[in-house]
Design a protein around this ligand. Sequence first.
Ligand code: FAD
Length: 317
Amino acid sequence: MKVSEHYERATEPLISFEIIPPKRGGSVKSVFESLDLITEKVRPPFIDVTYHAAESQVEEKPDGTLKRVVRRKRPGTIGLCAAILHRYDIDPVPHLICEGFTKEESEDALIELNYLGIHNVLAIRGDDTGTQVKMHTNGTSNKYAIDLVKQVQSMNSGKYLEDLVNAQKTNFCVGVAGYPEKHFEAPNLDWDIQRLKEKVDAGADYVVTQMFFDNSVYFNFVEKCRKNGINVPIVPGLKILRNEKHLKSLPRYFHLNIPDELTEEVDANPGRVEEIGIEWSQKQSLELMEYGAPGIHYYVMGSPHPALKVIDFLQKK
Ligand code: FAD
């Protein structure tokens, strides 16, 4: 089922998860173990799987010379999505990224997904980390997420990159990213919300937010989005603080603020950081549900345990 249909039919807030494929050479067993734990506790309507651009690195050979290596550190998004669908009968949501892909490759990926019976994607730009492989082909490219949204919607109306006779219409639901504390490249939040509105007008069916630790930024964001005519579900994305390093690394990588109250509590209790993070997320989740959020999307990535403790708490409420 499409993610948009899950939200339309929901009678209570939906709990969903985002996972990351294992590193190249890693075992899918650990992903299944996490998903087994999740599905024992809650039946998520959908599970997102992130996508990772190929990167180019310089490595030293045993003889001391250097070689340039190009590899995707975490391949397997589409395969993992197919496994989730067939093993758990849960709708997978593969992330598709613009960065490092030609439009032609994105079209091929969408055809694969369509054949697999996967009808949801999260259309994302990706980041230029400076180590990604530049495209060498003569293919075309999507610059912003909106370009990918438009490409998916074209295929939904039977228009592929080249004119094809009797081309089949695909039937994808498309999610996009939103930033309650604004995207780091945007000059200000209002400007960023205008760009989000353009993604929705281009056919995005719902928005998942970047993680945040202060619910007031989400409330403010939703209010501004509604005032600007963005009427699709805006799903809060939550990450649980797990260690002291997160206090610096999360703001650095995700351009977000961590409230003083949380940092002060961690500083005063360095031995209890994960517990504090779980309690904070429990309060955040409860308040978001009371506010009327359509659901909560937990960024569990490798470890589901903290999120499951939050869900346990919510189930007892
Ligand atoms: P866009 O919507 O393209 O926006 C990027 C910036 O460009 C914004 O500042 C926007 O305001 C601006 N902009 C948009 N349109 C225009 C325009 N026409 N002209 C000028 N400026 C414009 N990264 C991955 O690599 N893999 C993943 O799986 C992944 N999953 C994610 C999931 C979620 C829910 C979120 C929130 C982020 C995810 N990311 C992922 C990170 C994401 O790739 C980065 O945040 C990236 O910098 C922006 O992606 P976007 O889709 O929001 O970009």
